[in-house]
Ligand binder design. Structure first.
Ligand code: GLN
Length: 451
């Protein structure tokens, strides 16, 4: 026998309270209630293991942090708790959030709940799988190049990456600081909107967090699409795109039209440079951020009698897995004297062109951009051994991290029974517009989103 869920029980109590308060018998038993301040009352949530929590380990899926418990908590986690939720678990992820399949975790790969022979995507694969498997309705993930949206797409759930600066990064273990943001995975658009409402906003502990009001994103649920223009960027629909993915995108665009939106073809011309640029900037920043894991202050220390330098080397070679090692080497190389201008500086210049692509699309009257989230559905475990092939998973998402714009992945149908996600992107800090389009798409597709 199963009883009511915690959310049902809290909702029922609030409903009963309102009924009693409104009742003619005037019981007058309640003075003050807390519905508005506790929007997540009764919600268990899952938190990716690169976000600091006080009572559970924070290992980033790495051996180097095995057993590590943070002395402080991430602002996003404190906000979830303050809103009434319970942190149920920490979720598996690619080591230091580097990966697109969750096969880079020191604690073993995660399997996709839709098909356990396949990957859930990454790096927030554990969070996406926990939502898809019905463990929680809301989970936190993190994004540097697509790590919330891509696993959300692979697992058939909703995943949001907010505008850079919308959500505090305090307590998120840094990978590439100019790209990193905490994101939310939810069973529905409404779950994701609720989670984002709770975690967004200025935090004095993160100077890059923006001091802007946070709208009630759930209000976007009733916003009509009439008069809005959706941009369809040619670069995200190349002739090589799987035609079944393209067909589901066409159906999604029709669904948005049925809600009153217009669709216009646009171009984001620097899109093909995003992966090369991302794989200079992200490893460069990672090599610097991960220098702190030296066996002195955190986690693993492999000692010997041959001095400090040897201890650093042994700890790092033993503690980091192959992908993290590859990124640190790559990043150290591109930042080294004599190469900085040719690689990192150049990449930042191209990044500015990618940002300008988005800015000019929005300036030309586009309200929302629609793209596939990924070029293909979830692949089988072990299928992609070539790192470059793996990196191409983020081809449609890392542009958003480079430009800092918000994006959401919403289920739009299935290919061979495997979920496909559609991505909606809006201008900086227009999460409300992004959620409005996501609600409209979800509403118009109905059950077709999962068929
Ligand atoms: N898959 C990308 C990478 O490996 C993005 C990861 C992320 O967004 N954290 O870097």
């Amino acid at each position: 026998m199963t009883g009511p869920t915690a959310v049902e029980s809290v909702t029922a109590s609030f409903a009963r309270m309102e009924a009693v308060r409104a009742g003619a018998d005037g019981l007058n038993c309640v003075l003050w209630s807390d519905r508005e301040r506790a929007p997540l009352a009764g919600y268990p949530v899952a938190v990716k293991d690169n976000i600091a929590t006080l009572d559970l380990p924070t290992t980033c899926g790495s051996r180097i942090l095995e057993g590590y418990v943070s002395p402080y908590e991430a602002t996003v986690v404190s906000r979830l708790r303050a809103a009434g939720s319970v942190v149920l678990c920490k979720t598996n992820c690619d080591e230091f959030a580097m990966g697109s399949s969750n096969e880079n975790s020191a604690y073993g790969p995660v399997r996709n709940p839709i098909d356990p022979c396949r990957v859930p995507g990454g790096s927030s694969g554990g969070s996406a799988a926990a939502v898809a498997a019905g463990i929680v309705r809301i989970a936190l993930g993190s994004e540097t190049g697509g790590s919330v949206r891509q696993p959300a797409a692979f697992c058939g759930v909703v995943g949001v990456k907010p505008t850079y600066g919308r959500v505090s990064r305090f307590g998120l273990v840094a990978f590439a600081s100019s790209l990193d943001q905490v994101g939310v995975l939810g069973r529905t658009v409404d779950d994701a909107a609720l989670g984002m409402e709770v975690i967004a906003g200025r935090d004095p502990y993160d100077s890059t967090s923006a001091d802007r009001p946070v709208p009630r994103y759930r209000d976007a649920a009733s916003q009509p699409m009439r008069g809005l223009t959706i941009g369809r960027p040619a670069e995200y629909f190349p002739p090589s795109l799987d035609r079944r993915v393209a067909a589901l995108c066409d159906r999604a665009l029709d669904a948005l039209r049925s809600q009153g939106a217009q669709v216009r073809d646009i171009s984001l011309p620097h899109t093909d440079l995003a992966i090369p640029v991302y794989y200079i900037i992200a490893p460069a920043e990672a090599s610097s951020n991960l220098a702190r894991f030296d066996g002195v202050r955190y986690g693993l220390r492999v000692t010997g009698d041959d001095g400090l330098r040897a201890m650093y080397e042994r700890t790092r070679s033993r503690g980091f897995g192959p992908e993290v090692t590859r990124r640190v080497l790559l990043g150290t190389y591109v930042l080294s004297a004599g190469y900085y201008d040719a690689y990192y500086k150049k990449a930042q210049e191209v990044r500015a062109c990618i940002t300008e692509d988005f800015r000019s699309a929005f300036a030309s009257g586009i309200d929302v951009i629609f793209t596939p989230t990924t070029p293909s559905p979830a692949f089988e475990l072990g299928a992609k051994s070539d790192p470059y092939e793996m990196y191409l998973n983020d081809i449609f998402t890392c542009t958003g991290n480079l430009a800092g714009v918000p994006g959401i992945s919403v289920p739009i149908g299935r290919v061979d029974g495997l979920p496909i996600g559609g991505q909606l992107i809006t201008r900086h800090f227009d999460e409300a517009g992004m959620f409005a389009a996501a609600y409209a798409l979800e509403r118009a597709l109905g059950d077709e989103a999962h068929r």
